[in-house]
Design a protein around this ligand. Structure first.
Ligand code: NOJ
Length: 535
């Protein structure tokens, strides 16, 4: 199993949110030359690939997820030459580059939509989803936007509504029209021809909608808080026909060497895994976000891992995610004391890990005052901004303790405020401290890369008598085995793992000063402690 492991199976994916990584031109927004300057740092994390959130021309109503040209670069981020340079420099360091592909919708400033809204008989009219008003003049059905309000906006000039599940400046493309599919595949080829290694595909499971435009049914389990949750997404998500679209995308990737796609899909595991394709002919990886959505309790996470593993039949390769630009930071969600435990788990589970920039430092959410809010999800729903707002997890990378944290030059107004703790939590400081979160992260990633048991071996749960402990074994055919023991609680405890072996050697501990051999019949674990043990 180890000999034919592909790069996207063995390696770690690191997500760069380009607006917040490194500003090189003094506008307070990160850019491509900035990322290029930081490639040596990214390489030092022992990751395999960087995924860069959208860098295309965009009016930035949804910070780049409203694309005005699929085959261009936003001047705010640089030029196409800057991109080519970044790609060349990344490849020279052995790093792969994944772009964010946003096929479900464009910006309303995309040339296709400008055409489409010109008249009802415009050749591009049917490239988007247009419907007549309901008899009362209101929206054609009850579909909702994720960012509040209806999923429909009325166009005065042509007297119809167009559909959008995000902001109204993000009209959705009509993938029932083959010309739209051809255009998407053409955009993919443009970047693949340049040598891009693949794509993270935005809202892949939403790309097709019901052809009868039926109302979504009410959600009986709605918590009454976030409006989109009031309806089930029966007719707007995972709609029959979607797999055919994904297969066509995969065929384009397969016509090049060693390219991949990872699809953004928020669904229960049984449905999620259908996006590998019946013949492994769809997504290489459908993103598994269940570590984000599950309660942080050892028995729940154990059950999650086992359910996932049981569904990974027929060569489906696992993957795990702890954070991204849409989710509160892991250190904030589960508590800063659990951040090392969580990363130890991410980097020792079976399957490709994805790391969100800054999580390697333990960055936390930054509270954003109302007057500084940027995110449309928060601005459109201010009463629930603290729940749905995504600015807190998008703040500038903390490089050093200089003004603006080394993210931007002194005196520059950064697009989002810096974390209050940047002078103590930053790359420079953590580089210098052998026991820092950053060096802990590097030790783990180096071990994962070096050990077939960790990047390709089997997974088996190890049962313990403590409810707060998650333990599992990773084993490789070469006989090198590891047991990972994670204490999800604050409590010190002692475990009997003598059913596994009598002794083991600490390979990595969350407390980096802990080393040596341990007696597995009475293994002492501090609160919030994790150990990777070599058997
Ligand atoms: C998912 C992206 O991750 C998110 O940031 C964006 O707002 C929506 N899709 C719409 O593109």
């Amino acid at each position: 199993m180890t000999s034919n492991t592909q790069w996207w199976q063995k390696g770690i994916i690191y997500q760069v949110y380009p607006r917040s990584y490194q500003d090189s031109n003094g506008d307070g927004i990160g850019d491509l030359p900035g990322i290029t300057q930081r490639l040596d740092y990214i390489k030092s994390l022992n990751v395999e690939a960087l995924w860069i959130s959208p860098i295309y021309p965009s009016p930035m109503h949804d910070f780049g997820y409203d694309v005005a040209d699929y085959v261009g670069i936003h001047p705010m981020f640089g030029t196409m030459a800057d991109f080519d340079h970044l790609l060349g420099e990344a490849h020279a360091r052995g790093l792969k580059v994944l772009l964010d592909l946003v096929p479900n919708h464009t910006s309303d400033e995309h040339a296709w939509f400008i055409e489409s809204r010109r008249s009802r008989d415009n050749p591009k009219r049917d490239w988007y989803i247009w419907r007549d008003p309901a008899p009362d003049g209101g929206p054609p059905n009850n579909w909702l936007s994720f960012f509040g309000g209806p999923a429909w906006t009325f166009d005065e000039k042509t007297g119809q509504y167009y559909m959008h599940q995000f902001v109204k400046q993000q009209p959705e493309l009509n993938y029932r029209n083959p010309a739209v599919m051809d255009a998407l595949l053409g955009s993919m080829r443009f970047w693949l021809d340049k040598g891009v290694d693949g794509f993270r595909v935005d809202v892949l499971w939403l790309m097709l909608k019901d052809d009868q435009f039926r109302d979504n049914p009410p959600n009986p389990d709605w918590d009454g808080v976030v409006p989109i949750g009031s309806l089930l997404q029966t007719y707007t998500a995972d709609v029959p026909g979607i797999h055919d679209i994904v297969r066509q995308m995969r065929q384009v990737l397969d016509s090049y060497e060693e390219r991949m796609m990872v699809g953004e899909i928020y669904m229960e595991i049984e449905k999620l895994v259908t996006y590998y394709g019946e013949h492994l002919d769809e997504c290489h990886l459908p993103f598994n976000f269940h570590l984000i959505s599950s309660r942080w309790e050892a028995p729940i996470i154990r059950q999650l891992i086992e359910t996932y593993e049981a569904n990974l039949t027929g060569g489906r390769w696992p993957n795990w995610v702890l954070g991204n630009h849409d989710q509160h930071r892991v250190a904030t969600r589960i508590g800063v004391h659990q951040a090392r435990v969580a990363n130890m788990m991410l980097l020792t589970l079976r399957g490709t890990p994805t790391c969100y920039y800054g999580d390697e430092l333990g960055m936390e959410d930054v509270p954003i005052p109302l007057e500084l809010l940027q995110d449309p999800a928060a601005l459109n729903q201010p009463e629930i901004a603290h729940i749905v707002g995504r600015d807190p997890e998008r703040t500038p990378m903390q490089w050093d303790d200089s003004p603006n944290a080394g993210f931007a030059a002194e005196g520059v107004q950064t697009w989002l405020p810096l974390a209050a703790d940047y002078q103590t939590r930053n790359v420079a400081k953590q580089n210098a401290d052998p026991t820092s979160m950053l060096n802990f992260y590097r030790v783990l990633t180096a071990l994962r890369n070096a050990e077939p048991a960790l990047h390709a071996g089997d997974y088996a749960t190890v049962m313990t008598s403590h409810n707060d402990v998650l333990a599992y074994r990773r084993s490789a055919p070469d006989g090198n085995n590891f047991v990972i023991v994670l204490n999800f609680s604050d409590n010190d405890l002692t475990l009997d793992l003598s059913q596994v072996a009598s002794t083991a050697t600490i390979a990595v501990a969350t407390d980096m000063e802990r080393a040596g051999t341990v007696d597995l019949s009475q293994l002492a674990l501090h609160g919030n402690e994790g150990l990777v043990l070599r058997l």
